[in-house]
Design a protein around this ligand. Sequence first.
Ligand code: CAA
Length: 387
Amino acid sequence: MNFNLTEEQQMIQAAARNFARERIAPVAADFDQSGEFPLDNIRAMGELGLMGIEVPEEYGGAGLDTIGYVLAMIEVCAADAAHGTIMSVNNSLFCNGIFKHGSEEQRERFVRAVASGAEIGAYALTEPQSGSDASNMKSRAIRSADGSHYVINARKSWITSGPYARYIVVFAMTDPEAGARGVSAFIIDTEKPGFSCGKTEPKLGIRASATCEIELADYECPADCLLGSEGEGFKIAMGVLDAGRIGIAAQAVGIAQAAYEASVVWTRERKAFGREIGRFQMIQSKIADMKSRLEAARLLTLHAAWSKQQAQASGARFTLDGSMAKLVASEAAMWIAHQAVQIHGGMGYSKELPIERYFRDAKITEIYEGTSEIQRMVIGRLETGLR
Ligand code: CAA
């Protein structure tokens, strides 16, 4: 077992850390307050290679591995989880899925634009009536008689980056009778007629990542924008989420790390009863548990990234590792952020410090890309072989 990072992994980690400290951390609170989308930073992150970390350089990405992606996500999310959400959707849910399942033409047209940060990508699976029960979708795609295009009617909700995305991977039923096997995936261009955005969600956390409903009304999708084959969409969606969950685990580690580090500093500076609060055993106990859970989450997340890299050659699934990493890291982040608020007392509750933002941002990691309950279900089914 070798825990040393390669030179390339160290480089992307340092690049992400520098950008996060210089460009993201100073503006994070303002973007959180206003809910404005940090478009300039996202474009600049694209120029640094942070929007398509695993995409080969010849397609506009950084050409690095999943461990590099995880390391960069941790750095960005330690500064601001909302930037990390936009980054993770571009990387995991958009670029990786199209790179893996797309045609050469789709890679050239869609991956290059999003990986370089010139355009923003999104992923639309959830519908108003189907979140966890993802295959229970009402969206429909009907192939035209001459086979040249599909007519899509769809309503999707909770679409991260929806209002700013140029391209979105949308899942719709081409064969409603076939259930999950009747789902197909399409890459849609939001500048074409038939696409519209609905209400933007007023969210508890990750407020600078714009999240909205989208609607496709008789949208004509050219047949060459079908991703993979007809009926393959649900497996594509699930496989993409396996990778996406590793990104969310990394996001959780980043938030937890920021909350933990701020807490350590606070325990050295804040005095009560005539001494630093870090001298009290009850505070030391919290710090010990926070640090242990943080590092356990980090290891599981890096292990899941390694597991995905190993699976790339064999084509094996890494579902179990992705789900375990997301489950453990998201719950660690929520718990650590909770302790951080408690350690900071009143100041943990105030918007003068970022602690309350870590607390609000941590919560989403237990919800999106599969709730903790769904991760437990996935792990339980895989381990017992029962359902
Ligand atoms: N990889 C490949 N194939 C998979 C798979 C995976 N990880 N998981 C399931 N499949 C395949 C199965 O093998 C099965 O194929 P066959 O029909 O050939 O046997 C098919 O998919 C159906 O699988 P299940 O019967 O297991 O499906 P299910 O209906 O019981 O659902 C589920 C499984 C795990 C609950 C799934 O619905 C799920 O993950 N739900 C959560 C959805 C989710 O995470 N949504 C997040 C939305 S994205 C988001 O949050 C966006 C954002 O913007 C950040």
